[in-house]
Design a protein around this ligand. Structure first.
Ligand code: RIB
Ligand code: CA
Length: 332
C-alpha cells in the first residue's frame, strides 16, 4: 500500500454482511473509517445501531462515531429481512451487548459533519437502503463538494433478490435510490451481479472460526451464517462451509478498485407501482434504440456499473486485512 489511507464513511443496516464490511473497513490499512451511519433495512434501526456498535467493539476498533438514522424509507413502510439475517438482524450469534452508545446527533448531521470536516474528499459507501443518503443530499447538498465518489451496494443488472428484478436495498426505498443516482458525484454501483460472486472458501471460513482473535473469529461466524429460508443442511452433516462477503465486497472495491470491472452505463430506478418497482434499469445496448432515434429518449445518470469481479483477489484481500496478515493481500 502506498499513500495516505482513503477516508471512508459507511452507511449500513447491519446486517450479517454489513458486519463483514465493517470488520474489513476498520482493519484494512488503506482505509480510514471516519464514521458509520445506520438506517432501517435488514432490521429496525435501533437494532442496526446496537449491531454496528457490537461489531466495532468486537473488532477492537477505536471510537468511530456511529449515528442512528432513518427508521423507515421515504414512502414505504419498513420491510425487514429477519428471515435472512436472523431475529437480531445479525445472525443471532449471541454476542454481548455493546458498552458504547451512539453519537448524540442523528445520521444526517453526523454524515454532513464528517464529510465536510475531512481534510481529503470522502468516499461514501452505502451498503443499505439509501434513505439516509437521500435525506443528506436533499438537506445538505453542499456535502458533494467533499465527496470523492459514492460506491453503493445495491441494484442489479440482471436478476433481483427482493423481487425477480429488484435488489433489496433499492427495492426497500426506490425514491431514495433515485435521489442518490441524481447526485452530481461519481457513483459506482456494486450490484447483485458481482455481490453474489465473492465467496470465501470453506477452509478459510473454518480457519477464521477457530481464530483466537475476536474480530477474525466473528468474521468466520458471520460467514457461516445461512439464510434459514433457503438453506438445507446436507445429510452428511458436513455442509458447505463457504460464505459470501456480500456488502464487504463493495468495501474491497474501494480499497482495491482494480479487482472490479466496471462499465460506464446509464441507470434508472423504476419508481412505478407494480412488479418492476425498484428495478435498476441498466442500458447496455451498444447502439441508440428507437426512442433515441425518434428524439424521445430521456437523459439518465451515468454510473460505473460493476459487471465482473476478481473473486480470488477480493477473498485474499479480505482475509489479509481481517486476519492481520498483509503479506497475503494484493496491495500489502
Ligand atoms: O440485496 C443485498 C443487500 O441485502 C445487502 O445490503 C445485504 O446486506 C442484504 O441484506
Ligand atoms: Ca446491507
Amino acid at each position: 500500500m502506498t499513500g495516505q489511507p482513503i477516508p471512508v464513511i459507511i452507511d449500513c443496516d447491519t446486517g450479517v454482511d454489513d458486519a463483514l464490511a465493517l470488520l474489513f473497513a476498520v482493519r484494512h490499512p488503506g482505509l480510514e473509517l471516519r464514521a458509520v451511519s445506520c438506517v432501517a433495512g435488514n432490521t429496525f434501526v435501533d437494532q442496526v445501531v446496537l449491531n454496528t456498535l457490537t461489531v466495532l467493539e468486537q473488532a477492537g476498533a477505536p471510537a468511530i462515531p456511529v449515528a442512528r438514522g432513518a427508521e423507515r424509507p421515504l414512502i414505504e413502510p419498513v420491510r425487514t429481512a429477519h428471515h435472512v439475517h436472523g431475529r437480531d438482524g445479525m445472525g443471532d450469534l449471541g454476542l454481548p451487548a455493546p458498552r458504547r452508545t451512539p453519537a448524540d446527533v442523528d445520521a444526517v448531521t453526523l454524515l454532513r459533519r464528517e464529510i465536510l470536516a475531512s481534510p481529503r474528499p470522502v468516499t461514501l459507501i452505502p451498503t443499505a437502503p439509501l434513505t439516509n443518503i437521500a435525506l443528506l443530499l436533499r438537506s445538505h447538498p453542499e456535502v458533494t463538494r467533499n465527496i470523492e465518489r459514492i460506491v453503493f451496494m445495491g441494484g442489479a443488472v440482471a436478476t433481483g433478490n427482493a423481487t425477480p428484478v429488484a435488489e433489496f436495498n433499492v427495492w426497500h426505498d426506490p425514491e431514495a435510490a433515485a435521489i442518490l443516482l441524481s447526485a452530481r458525484v461519481p457513483i459506482t454501483m456494486y450490484g447483485l451481479d458481482v455481490f453474489q460472486r465473492v465467496i470465501v472458501p470453506a477452509a478459510d471460513v473454518r480457519r477464521l472460526r477457530e481464530s483466537s482473535e475476536p474480530g477474525a473469529r466473528l468474521a468466520g461466524r458471520l460467514l457461516s451464517h445461512r439464510d434459514p429460508a433457503t438453506y438445507q443442511a446436507p445429510s452428511d452433516g458436513l455442509g458447505d462451509a463457504s460464505g459470501g462477503l456480500g456488502d464487504a465486497g463493495a468495501v474491497c472495491s474501494v480499497a482495491d478498485p482494480e479487482g472490479l470491472t466496471t462499465h460506464r452505463l446509464p441507470v434508472e430506478v423504476n419508481l412505478t407501482p407494480g412488479p418492476a418497482r425498484g428495478q435498476t434499469i441498466v442500458d447496455r445496448r451498444p447502439r441508440p434504440g428507437e426512442a433515441e432515434l425518434h428524439g424521445e429518449a430521456r437523459e439518465q445518470p451515468l454510473l460505473d456499473v460493476g459487471l465482473d469481479v476478481d473473486v480470488d483477489r477480493y477473498v485474499r484481500l479480505y482475509l489479509a486485512a481481517v486476519e492481520g496478515d498483509q503479506c497475503r493481500g494484493t496491495r500489502g
